[in-house]
Design a protein around this ligand. Structure first.
Ligand code: CP
Length: 311
């Protein structure tokens, strides 16, 4: 059993309940990680994912090993490659070897944002799933960030209790100076739709629609203010273009600020972090008591425990 995308509706509900149970009682008497090893493999930087997954692993009783692949051999992912250049090891051997040392293998690998077909085949996480003989957990792949999305579901569930109706959740594109993956936004949409407990609206500029498979069945508006009206939760994130693959745009007016939040139903503000202050979101919104960014980060630990605890 792997954990790399959104599971079915029933399982999402179970995962949320399990995460909440670990939040109340982090150290289970029957430690599911006892005498087992978790390896976290990072091809890209991280703060939250690395530390929350390590903490989750330790609290479940795992022995935890984290490796930054900047210090490892460069891996080849192509089958049939003649490996006479800089790539010293094939993923077949690497995944096979790692499986000798651990019981669960967690991997973070971002997309190149140059070759859409390759990125959307999610080749790196797929290769590890193919060649590892232990369960593989995504710590964010080229196109998805499922542990973040599970933590986001937990955060929304915790803060939607007072609402009389299904919460309106707006995923809004926001400005950013760099080209970013679509993974967080794809996954957020995928999980919100699979969870089935919220009404999701996506706001993004023309040319920034997410891939059809992630936004199917969702209202997509190109007018951010219209989308934000009556929102209960505002989830801001930048992503580069899927259509003009990897392209970005300078659109500072898409910042989430106090004026825009005033259009909402006193909405909570969410972002996965790290966030660029006064580019993505104003100081006023981020510093307000409606900001849930630290609660989201906190819930990453319980989300990771909910997943690792059953693998
Ligand atoms: N939200 C998140 O995944 O943060 P890191 O990139 O710091 O792990």
């Amino acid at each position: 059993m792997h954990f790399t995308s959104a599971p079915d509706t029933a399982t999402i509900h179970q995962l949320i309940a399990r995460a909440q149970a670990y939040k109340r009682d982090p150290f289970p008497a029957e430690a599911p990680g006892r005498h087992r090893t978790l390896i976290n493999l990072f091809f890209n930087p991280s703060l939250r994912t690395r530390l929350s997954t390590e903490k989750a692993g330790y609290q479940l009783g795992f022995q935890v090993i984290t490796m930054d692949m900047a210090g490892g051999w460069q891996l080849e992912f192509e089958d049939g490659a003649v490996m006479n250049l800089e790539k010293a090891e094939h993923v077949r051997e690497a995944a096979g070897v790692l499986s000798q040392y651990c019981d669960v293998l967690a991997v973070r690998s971002f997309p190149g944002l140059e070759d859409r077909e390759a990125d959307y085949e999610d080749r790196i996480i797929t290769a590890f799933k193919t060649y590892a003989t232990v369960p593989v957990v995504s710590l964010e792949s080229a196109i998805r960030h499922p542990l973040q999305s599970l933590a986001d579901c937990v955060t929304i569930a915790e803060h939607a209790l007072h609402l009389r109706t299904r919460p309106k959740v707006v995923l809004t594109w926001a400005p950013h100076p760099r080209r970013l993956p679509q993974a967080v936004a794809n996954s957020f949409a995928e999980w919100m739709l699979a969870w089935g407990e919220v009404d999701l609206v996506i706001a993004n500029p023309p040319g920034f629609d997410l891939a059809e498979r992630f936004r199917a069945g969702t209202q997509v508006l190109h007018d951010q203010r219209e989308a934000l009206r009556g929102a209960d939760f505002v989830y801001a994130k930048n992503w580069s273009s899927y259509d003009d693959y990897g392209a970005t745009a300078e659109l500072p007016d898409w910042i989430v600020d106090e004026d825009k939040m005033a259009l909402t139903n006193n909405a909570y503000f969410m972002h996965c972090l790290p966030v660029r202050r006064n580019v993505v979101v104003s100081d006023g919104v981020l510093n307000s008591d409606r900001s849930l960014v630290l609660q989201q980060a906190n819930n990453r630990t319980w989300a990771a425990q909910a997943v690792l605890g059953v693998l």
